[in-house]
Design a binder for this molecule. Sequence first.
Ligand code: ZN
Length: 215
Amino acid sequence: MTGIKSAAPVLFDLFNRLPQQEWFAPPYDDMIEIDICKKSGYLATPDCEVEKQWIPAVGERYDSCPYHKVVQLDATQSYQVNADCEPVSQMVTRSYFTLPPVMAWYYRRSHPDYEPLPPYRADCETPLEKEMTFIRPNAGTTITLTKNIEGKTNETVFELAHKIPNTTVYWYLDEDYITSTKDFHEIALSAAPGKHIITAVDDNGNDVKMSLKFK
Ligand SMILES: [Zn+2]
């Protein structure tokens, strides 16, 4: 935010003052034309949506796209399935652009068309995969309890990202239920000095825990 409001205007002011010139000729001898993943900008894999781009020849050393993933879906394409719960002949194979939860949470803000991976059908075993991740604070952090000018203890904001929109998340401080959140998973709380565990559980029973210390 600060960058957009302060640094960026200065940058554009400066650039606008530079003399008008012809654009330089691309040094094609040192470049290669290569398939790039349209979504991630990494080198394309066979699962990516591909775009040709000229890049510096050394760019060939870059990594290939880690975010396109091929998944098996049921015939309605609303659930993920696997060979243990669905005849292979009825499966639909599709490539998804799928980001880790925290990245997806930010990405979705500017890409409303981002399509999360469909959930696993109830009769199919879910491979261990993180549905939820804490965004802040970092696990293991020591939080210093400070007081505001009214003498009240300042609360700490906890935030997490969930892969699936519209999911309800239930928050616990140690064994005590605190509140629930939907879409925007953010709560503010404070606790007595000492070690505590914050637990978040979603509709489907997935949970994440974080231990931290208040002092
Ligand atoms: Zn890709």
